[in-house]
Design a protein. Structure first.
Length: 316
């Protein structure tokens, strides 16, 4: 499984992911003098880096910007000796200790591993959606909202993210249309109420998107909508098409070496433990229920404490 000609650098703790969970694990394990290595992944900073204001992270009575919060955690971890590298874990071998990880072509070894690789945006899977990503199709309002000043914007989804993005995008767009496939919303009542009260947001329930146009022009010009109750279909002009329908856990690189549920979320074997001693999980990669910045941070703390105790018991 692991090629012979690899470069091995032994670490005490490697943390995969640099979101709230990974960075908190880094703070704790760095402060325990374990010199953790954080592999930032393809979405450095995780979900917080693409959110706007976080109003429910304790300790910030006036709210805090998501990217700022996660950057602060990183600086805090670096202060105690954590090392961050940009890179993606492509493969791993957890069959024996030390564990082996392939990061952008190079193999390293670690005595403990904290998987905090989060979850990535889910897409609708429309025929033209992928072709228009970055050309009007987006999964990140805070990243791309700015481009749609006085434009027509559409947000797809009925969860808190969709509500948050729709409200945020009214700062830019002429109008925001929220499309949701059901009558009821999964989002919290406060977010739904805020969305309903926003005069710039129009809500279309029981509605799905059948496709997004226009690949030939190279940018988004409209979407084909369908009412699930009446069956009626119609085209609607749109400039910015924001998909906010949840996430997929980043566990592919584990290639089945840890237990996952049917959607790929890691299964806990008690607290932060996985089925392999010395390998721990933290944050959205395991948590499909709470998925909050504060719960991810708490999980990162738990994973780091587990790693520290494991290393101590092993005499390191
Ligand atoms: P959710 O899983 O909560 O919601 C996803 C939404 O997308 C659902 O309404 C779902 O519809 C819809 N959806 C899923 N697949 C499709 C599809 N193929 N076509 C059309 N619609 C689809 O994800 P979120 O990202 O909104 O939220 C994730 C977690 O993060 C939640 O726990 C949420 O509370 C939390 N969060 C909290 C925030 C805060 O507190 N400030 C802000 C943002 C997120 P259906 O309901 O029909 O299944």
């Amino acid at each position: 499984m692991v090629p012979n000609s690899f470069t091995l650098i032994m670490r005490n703790v490697v943390i995969i992911g640099s979101g709230c969970a990974g960075n908190t694990a880094a703070v704790y394990s760095a402060r325990a003098s374990l010199s953790p290595l954080v592999v930032s992944g393809h979405e450095p900073g995780g979900q917080l880096s693409i959110t706007s204001e976080v109003e429910n992270y304790p300790g910030f009575p006036d709210g805090v910007m998501g990217p700022q919060l996660v950057e602060n955690m990183k600086l805090q971890a670096i202060r105690f000796g954590a090392e961050f590298i940009n890179g993606t874990v492509e493969d791993c071998d957890l069959s024996q200790r030390p564990f082996k990880l392939k990061i952008d072509g190079e193999w390293i070894e670690t005595r403990t591993l904290i998987v905090a690789s989060g979850a990535s945006a889910r897409w609708l899977g429309l025929p033209n959606e992928y072709k228009l990503i970055g050309h009007g199709v987006s999964s990140c309002a805070t990243c791309d909202g700015f481009f749609y000043r006085e434009k027509e914007i559409m947000v797809i989804g009925g969860g808190d993210t969709a509500m948050e993005e729709a409200n945020f995008l009214t700062r830019f767009g002429r109008r925001v249309t929220l499309i949701h496939r059901r009558e009821e919303f999964r989002a919290s009542k406060i977010m739904v109420d805020r969305t309903r009260a926003n005069p710039k947001i129009e809500i279309l329930t029981n509605t799905v998107v059948d496709d997004v146009y226009d690949v030939e022009k190279g940018f988004v010009t409209g979407a084909k909508l369908r009412n699930l109750v009446t069956g009626e279909t119609w085209d609607r002009p749109v400039d910015g098409f924001f998909v906010a329908i949840g996430h997929i856990p980043n566990t592919k690189f584990l290639r089945g070496q840890l237990d996952t549920d049917e959607e790929g979320y890691l299964i806990s074997h008690g607290g932060a433990r996985t089925k392999i001693a010395g390998v721990y999980h933290a944050g959205d990669v395991q948590d499909r229920v709470y998925r909050q910045a504060i719960t991810a941070a708490g999980a990162g703390c738990m994973a780091a404490i587990e790693a520290e105790r494991f290393l101590e018991a092993e005499g390191h």
